[in-house]
Design a protein around this ligand. Structure first.
Ligand code: SF4
Length: 336
Protein backbone atom coordinates (compact mmCIF):
# COMPACT_ATOMS: atom_id res chain seq x y z
CA UNK A 1 0.00 0.00 0.00
CA UNK A 2 1.59 3.27 -1.12
CA UNK A 3 0.02 5.49 1.51
CA UNK A 4 -1.55 4.63 4.84
CA UNK A 5 -3.27 7.66 6.36
CA UNK A 6 -2.98 8.25 10.08
CA UNK A 7 -6.40 9.86 10.27
CA UNK A 8 -9.43 9.74 8.01
CA UNK A 9 -12.38 12.13 7.86
CA UNK A 10 -15.50 10.92 6.10
CA UNK A 11 -18.23 13.34 5.11
CA UNK A 12 -21.62 11.96 6.14
CA UNK A 13 -23.06 12.52 2.68
CA UNK A 14 -20.22 10.45 1.14
CA UNK A 15 -21.64 7.41 2.91
CA UNK A 16 -24.63 7.56 0.55
CA UNK A 17 -22.26 6.41 -2.20
CA UNK A 18 -20.82 2.96 -2.58
CA UNK A 19 -17.24 4.24 -2.71
CA UNK A 20 -17.78 6.15 0.54
CA UNK A 21 -19.06 3.01 2.25
CA UNK A 22 -16.29 0.84 0.81
CA UNK A 23 -13.63 3.26 1.98
CA UNK A 24 -15.13 3.47 5.45
CA UNK A 25 -15.06 -0.32 5.72
CA UNK A 26 -11.50 -0.56 4.41
CA UNK A 27 -10.19 2.04 6.83
CA UNK A 28 -12.02 0.33 9.70
CA UNK A 29 -10.47 -3.03 8.78
CA UNK A 30 -7.05 -1.37 8.82
CA UNK A 31 -7.69 0.17 12.27
CA UNK A 32 -7.21 3.70 10.98
CA UNK A 33 -8.88 6.34 13.18
CA UNK A 34 -11.99 7.69 11.44
CA UNK A 35 -14.11 10.74 12.15
CA UNK A 36 -17.42 11.39 10.41
CA UNK A 37 -18.19 15.04 9.70
CA UNK A 38 -21.25 16.88 8.39
CA UNK A 39 -20.02 19.57 6.01
CA UNK A 40 -17.02 21.31 7.61
CA UNK A 41 -13.89 19.60 8.79
CA UNK A 42 -13.03 20.13 12.46
CA UNK A 43 -10.36 22.79 13.00
CA UNK A 44 -6.89 21.83 14.17
CA UNK A 45 -4.81 22.98 17.12
CA UNK A 46 -4.20 26.72 16.56
CA UNK A 47 -0.82 26.47 18.31
CA UNK A 48 0.68 24.17 15.71
CA UNK A 49 3.47 25.60 13.60
CA UNK A 50 2.90 25.76 9.82
CA UNK A 51 5.16 22.72 9.46
CA UNK A 52 3.24 20.72 12.09
CA UNK A 53 -0.02 21.60 10.37
CA UNK A 54 1.40 20.69 7.00
CA UNK A 55 2.68 17.29 8.12
CA UNK A 56 -0.55 16.55 9.97
CA UNK A 57 -2.64 17.18 6.88
CA UNK A 58 -0.22 15.29 4.64
CA UNK A 59 -1.05 12.18 6.70
CA UNK A 60 -4.78 12.85 6.65
CA UNK A 61 -7.27 11.59 4.11
CA UNK A 62 -10.72 13.06 3.56
CA UNK A 63 -13.58 11.29 1.82
CA UNK A 64 -15.92 13.95 0.50
CA UNK A 65 -18.35 14.93 -2.24
CA UNK A 66 -17.51 16.75 -5.45
CA UNK A 67 -19.89 19.71 -5.63
CA UNK A 68 -18.50 22.08 -8.24
CA UNK A 69 -20.45 22.19 -11.42
CA UNK A 70 -17.52 22.92 -13.73
CA UNK A 71 -14.12 21.37 -14.36
CA UNK A 72 -11.06 23.60 -14.43
CA UNK A 73 -9.24 23.93 -17.73
CA UNK A 74 -5.80 22.36 -17.84
CA UNK A 75 -3.33 23.80 -20.34
CA UNK A 76 -0.91 22.74 -21.73
CA UNK A 77 -1.38 19.09 -20.84
CA UNK A 78 -5.13 18.60 -21.46
CA UNK A 79 -8.46 20.35 -22.02
CA UNK A 80 -9.91 19.76 -18.55
CA UNK A 81 -8.93 18.56 -15.13
CA UNK A 82 -10.71 15.42 -13.97
CA UNK A 83 -11.36 16.10 -10.27
CA UNK A 84 -11.31 12.59 -8.78
CA UNK A 85 -8.82 13.43 -6.04
CA UNK A 86 -7.02 16.45 -4.70
CA UNK A 87 -3.84 16.51 -2.65
CA UNK A 88 -0.99 14.04 -2.38
CA UNK A 89 0.79 12.37 0.53
CA UNK A 90 4.19 12.94 -1.11
CA UNK A 91 6.55 15.50 0.40
CA UNK A 92 8.20 17.05 -2.62
CA UNK A 93 9.49 20.42 -1.52
CA UNK A 94 8.87 22.16 -4.84
CA UNK A 95 5.30 20.83 -5.17
CA UNK A 96 2.76 23.41 -6.34
CA UNK A 97 0.10 21.71 -4.20
CA UNK A 98 1.66 23.12 -1.03
CA UNK A 99 0.63 26.53 -2.32
CA UNK A 100 -2.55 25.58 -4.17
CA UNK A 101 -4.10 23.70 -1.28
CA UNK A 102 -3.24 26.51 1.10
CA UNK A 103 -3.08 25.52 4.75
CA UNK A 104 -5.05 22.27 4.35
CA UNK A 105 -2.98 20.02 2.07
CA UNK A 106 -4.82 16.80 2.92
CA UNK A 107 -5.65 14.16 0.35
CA UNK A 108 -9.30 14.40 -0.56
CA UNK A 109 -11.03 11.67 -2.53
CA UNK A 110 -14.49 12.17 -3.95
CA UNK A 111 -17.07 9.44 -3.37
CA UNK A 112 -19.48 10.53 -6.12
CA UNK A 113 -17.32 9.47 -9.05
CA UNK A 114 -20.37 8.81 -11.25
CA UNK A 115 -21.35 12.50 -11.02
CA UNK A 116 -17.84 13.42 -12.14
CA UNK A 117 -17.98 11.00 -15.07
CA UNK A 118 -21.43 12.31 -16.06
CA UNK A 119 -20.04 15.85 -16.19
CA UNK A 120 -17.04 14.66 -18.23
CA UNK A 121 -19.45 13.07 -20.69
CA UNK A 122 -21.18 16.44 -21.13
CA UNK A 123 -17.90 18.24 -21.84
CA UNK A 124 -17.01 15.63 -24.45
CA UNK A 125 -20.39 15.95 -26.13
CA UNK A 126 -19.97 19.70 -26.56
CA UNK A 127 -16.57 19.33 -28.26
CA UNK A 128 -17.29 16.20 -30.34
CA UNK A 129 -16.18 15.10 -32.87
CA UNK A 130 -12.98 16.74 -31.60
CA UNK A 131 -11.21 14.70 -28.96
CA UNK A 132 -11.35 16.03 -25.41
CA UNK A 133 -8.45 15.20 -23.11
CA UNK A 134 -8.84 15.01 -19.33
CA UNK A 135 -5.98 15.26 -16.84
CA UNK A 136 -6.53 13.24 -13.66
CA UNK A 137 -3.46 14.54 -11.84
CA UNK A 138 -3.78 18.32 -12.07
CA UNK A 139 -4.31 18.67 -8.32
CA UNK A 140 -3.08 15.33 -7.04
CA UNK A 141 -1.03 12.22 -7.60
CA UNK A 142 -3.96 9.81 -7.92
CA UNK A 143 -1.76 6.67 -7.94
CA UNK A 144 -0.76 7.36 -4.33
CA UNK A 145 -4.26 6.44 -3.11
CA UNK A 146 -5.43 4.22 -5.94
CA UNK A 147 -5.16 1.02 -3.93
CA UNK A 148 -7.72 2.51 -1.54
CA UNK A 149 -10.07 4.18 -3.98
CA UNK A 150 -9.91 2.34 -7.31
CA UNK A 151 -11.02 5.66 -8.86
CA UNK A 152 -8.39 5.58 -11.59
CA UNK A 153 -9.38 2.05 -12.58
CA UNK A 154 -12.96 3.25 -12.93
CA UNK A 155 -11.87 6.29 -14.91
CA UNK A 156 -9.70 4.20 -17.26
CA UNK A 157 -12.62 1.87 -17.96
CA UNK A 158 -15.02 4.80 -18.35
CA UNK A 159 -12.84 6.59 -20.90
CA UNK A 160 -12.15 3.35 -22.77
CA UNK A 161 -15.86 3.29 -23.66
CA UNK A 162 -16.38 7.03 -24.25
CA UNK A 163 -15.89 8.12 -27.88
CA UNK A 164 -13.82 11.27 -28.56
CA UNK A 165 -12.30 11.34 -25.10
CA UNK A 166 -8.96 10.52 -23.58
CA UNK A 167 -7.48 10.42 -20.13
CA UNK A 168 -3.97 11.09 -18.89
CA UNK A 169 -2.32 11.31 -15.53
CA UNK A 170 1.17 11.57 -14.13
CA UNK A 171 2.68 9.98 -11.06
CA UNK A 172 5.79 9.66 -8.94
CA UNK A 173 4.53 6.39 -7.47
CA UNK A 174 5.32 2.92 -8.80
CA UNK A 175 2.20 1.22 -7.37
CA UNK A 176 0.55 0.48 -10.69
CA UNK A 177 -0.49 -3.16 -10.11
CA UNK A 178 -4.18 -2.28 -9.79
CA UNK A 179 -4.06 -0.61 -13.22
CA UNK A 180 -2.91 -3.75 -14.97
CA UNK A 181 -5.26 -6.12 -16.75
CA UNK A 182 -7.81 -3.41 -17.68
CA UNK A 183 -9.49 -2.94 -21.04
CA UNK A 184 -8.14 0.60 -21.54
CA UNK A 185 -8.44 0.71 -25.35
CA UNK A 186 -5.14 2.67 -25.35
CA UNK A 187 -7.13 5.77 -24.39
CA UNK A 188 -5.33 6.49 -21.13
CA UNK A 189 -1.80 7.82 -21.18
CA UNK A 190 0.17 7.01 -18.05
CA UNK A 191 3.10 9.35 -17.42
CA UNK A 192 5.86 9.10 -14.89
CA UNK A 193 7.55 12.12 -13.44
CA UNK A 194 11.28 11.73 -12.88
CA UNK A 195 14.29 13.84 -12.08
CA UNK A 196 18.07 13.69 -11.69
CA UNK A 197 19.60 12.41 -8.42
CA UNK A 198 20.63 15.92 -7.33
CA UNK A 199 16.96 16.97 -7.23
CA UNK A 200 15.47 13.68 -6.04
CA UNK A 201 17.82 13.36 -3.07
CA UNK A 202 17.27 16.92 -1.90
CA UNK A 203 13.67 17.65 -2.68
CA UNK A 204 11.58 14.48 -3.06
CA UNK A 205 10.43 12.50 -0.04
CA UNK A 206 7.61 10.01 0.37
CA UNK A 207 7.55 8.97 -3.30
CA UNK A 208 8.96 5.95 -5.19
CA UNK A 209 12.61 5.85 -6.29
CA UNK A 210 13.12 6.90 -9.91
CA UNK A 211 14.22 3.43 -11.00
CA UNK A 212 10.99 1.96 -9.62
CA UNK A 213 8.95 4.60 -11.45
CA UNK A 214 10.67 3.66 -14.71
CA UNK A 215 10.14 -0.04 -14.11
CA UNK A 216 6.47 0.71 -13.41
CA UNK A 217 6.40 2.59 -16.73
CA UNK A 218 7.75 -0.54 -18.44
CA UNK A 219 5.02 -2.62 -16.79
CA UNK A 220 2.18 -0.38 -17.94
CA UNK A 221 3.74 -0.09 -21.37
CA UNK A 222 3.81 -3.89 -21.63
CA UNK A 223 0.05 -3.73 -20.96
CA UNK A 224 -0.39 -1.56 -24.03
CA UNK A 225 -0.93 1.80 -22.33
CA UNK A 226 0.53 4.82 -24.10
CA UNK A 227 3.20 6.15 -21.76
CA UNK A 228 4.98 9.41 -21.16
CA UNK A 229 7.86 10.82 -19.17
CA UNK A 230 7.75 14.15 -17.42
CA UNK A 231 11.05 15.62 -16.33
CA UNK A 232 10.12 18.26 -13.80
CA UNK A 233 11.13 20.51 -12.34
CA UNK A 234 14.36 20.81 -14.29
CA UNK A 235 17.07 22.53 -12.26
CA UNK A 236 20.36 24.17 -13.16
CA UNK A 237 23.18 23.11 -10.85
CA UNK A 238 26.91 22.43 -11.27
CA UNK A 239 26.82 19.06 -13.11
CA UNK A 240 23.28 19.18 -14.47
CA UNK A 241 24.27 18.11 -18.00
CA UNK A 242 25.95 14.96 -16.78
CA UNK A 243 23.10 13.94 -14.47
CA UNK A 244 20.28 14.68 -16.88
CA UNK A 245 22.20 12.89 -19.64
CA UNK A 246 22.44 9.78 -17.43
CA UNK A 247 18.77 10.11 -16.57
CA UNK A 248 17.69 10.15 -20.24
CA UNK A 249 20.03 7.20 -20.89
CA UNK A 250 18.33 5.33 -18.06
CA UNK A 251 14.92 6.01 -19.62
CA UNK A 252 16.23 4.74 -22.96
CA UNK A 253 17.60 1.64 -21.27
CA UNK A 254 14.45 0.74 -19.30
CA UNK A 255 12.03 1.72 -22.08
CA UNK A 256 13.87 0.83 -25.29
CA UNK A 257 11.91 1.58 -28.45
CA UNK A 258 8.86 2.72 -26.47
CA UNK A 259 6.83 5.28 -28.47
CA UNK A 260 6.65 7.59 -25.49
CA UNK A 261 6.13 11.31 -25.02
CA UNK A 262 8.24 13.76 -23.04
CA UNK A 263 7.07 16.84 -21.16
CA UNK A 264 9.85 19.09 -19.92
CA UNK A 265 9.23 21.73 -17.27
CA UNK A 266 11.91 24.00 -15.85
CA UNK A 267 11.79 25.03 -12.22
CA UNK A 268 9.75 28.12 -11.40
CA UNK A 269 8.27 29.59 -8.25
CA UNK A 270 5.96 32.33 -7.10
CA UNK A 271 6.47 34.62 -4.11
CA UNK A 272 3.64 32.80 -2.35
CA UNK A 273 5.18 29.39 -3.01
CA UNK A 274 8.49 30.61 -1.66
CA UNK A 275 6.84 31.79 1.56
CA UNK A 276 5.06 28.44 2.01
CA UNK A 277 8.25 26.46 1.34
CA UNK A 278 10.16 28.55 3.91
CA UNK A 279 7.41 27.79 6.44
CA UNK A 280 7.04 24.08 5.93
CA UNK A 281 10.56 23.13 4.80
CA UNK A 282 12.72 25.66 6.66
CA UNK A 283 15.92 23.73 5.86
CA UNK A 284 15.14 23.44 2.16
CA UNK A 285 17.99 23.93 -0.30
CA UNK A 286 15.61 24.75 -3.13
CA UNK A 287 17.05 27.50 -5.32
CA UNK A 288 14.59 30.33 -4.60
CA UNK A 289 16.61 33.46 -5.21
CA UNK A 290 14.58 36.00 -7.20
CA UNK A 291 17.80 37.78 -8.24
CA UNK A 292 18.88 34.74 -10.23
CA UNK A 293 15.57 34.47 -12.07
CA UNK A 294 13.50 36.29 -14.62
CA UNK A 295 9.97 37.43 -13.93
CA UNK A 296 7.21 35.97 -16.06
CA UNK A 297 3.44 36.29 -15.97
CA UNK A 298 1.61 32.97 -15.74
CA UNK A 299 -1.57 31.71 -17.42
CA UNK A 300 -3.80 33.32 -14.78
CA UNK A 301 -1.81 36.54 -14.49
CA UNK A 302 0.26 35.59 -11.46
CA UNK A 303 3.98 36.40 -11.32
CA UNK A 304 6.48 33.59 -11.36
CA UNK A 305 10.24 33.44 -11.31
CA UNK A 306 11.75 31.36 -14.09
CA UNK A 307 15.32 30.81 -15.25
CA UNK A 308 16.60 33.68 -17.42
CA UNK A 309 16.02 33.36 -21.16
CA UNK A 310 19.61 32.39 -22.00
CA UNK A 311 19.74 29.60 -19.43
CA UNK A 312 16.30 28.34 -20.43
CA UNK A 313 17.45 28.21 -24.05
CA UNK A 314 20.56 26.28 -23.03
CA UNK A 315 18.41 23.78 -21.13
CA UNK A 316 15.98 23.40 -23.99
CA UNK A 317 18.71 22.78 -26.57
CA UNK A 318 20.34 20.24 -24.29
CA UNK A 319 17.13 18.27 -23.60
CA UNK A 320 15.92 18.32 -27.20
CA UNK A 321 19.32 17.14 -28.40
CA UNK A 322 19.73 14.34 -25.85
CA UNK A 323 16.19 13.01 -26.23
CA UNK A 324 16.16 13.04 -30.04
CA UNK A 325 19.61 11.43 -30.12
CA UNK A 326 19.00 8.76 -27.49
CA UNK A 327 15.29 8.11 -28.13
CA UNK A 328 14.49 9.12 -31.72
CA UNK A 329 11.10 7.44 -31.44
CA UNK A 330 10.06 9.73 -28.56
CA UNK A 331 7.95 12.83 -29.07
CA UNK A 332 8.66 15.98 -27.08
CA UNK A 333 5.26 17.53 -26.35
CA UNK A 334 6.54 20.77 -24.85
CA UNK A 335 9.39 22.44 -23.02
CA UNK A 336 8.48 25.29 -20.70
FE1 SF4 B 1 3.43 17.01 -5.35
FE2 SF4 B 1 3.70 15.10 -7.19
FE3 SF4 B 1 5.36 15.17 -5.10
FE4 SF4 B 1 2.80 14.54 -4.76
S1 SF4 B 1 4.31 13.35 -5.91
S2 SF4 B 1 3.99 15.94 -3.48
S3 SF4 B 1 1.78 15.83 -6.29
S4 SF4 B 1 5.19 16.71 -6.73
Amino acid sequence: MAFVPQLVFVEKKALEYRLGQDLLNKFRRNNIPIQIYERRLPSVDPDWTPRERFLHFKRTLVVGIWRQREFQTCKPSAHYQLPLISGCPGLCQYCYLATNLADRPYVKVYANTEDIFDRAREYVKVRSPEVTIFEASATSDPVAVEEWTGSLRKAIKFFAQLPNARLRFVTKFADVETLLGLDHQEKTEVRFSINAPWAVQRFEQGVSPVRMRLEAAARVQAEGYPIGILIAPIFLYPNWQQQYDLLIKEVAQVLPDAPLTFELITHRFTARAKAVIKDVFPQSELPLSEEERQLKYGQFGYRKFVYPRQQTKELELFFRDRITTLMPQAQILYFV
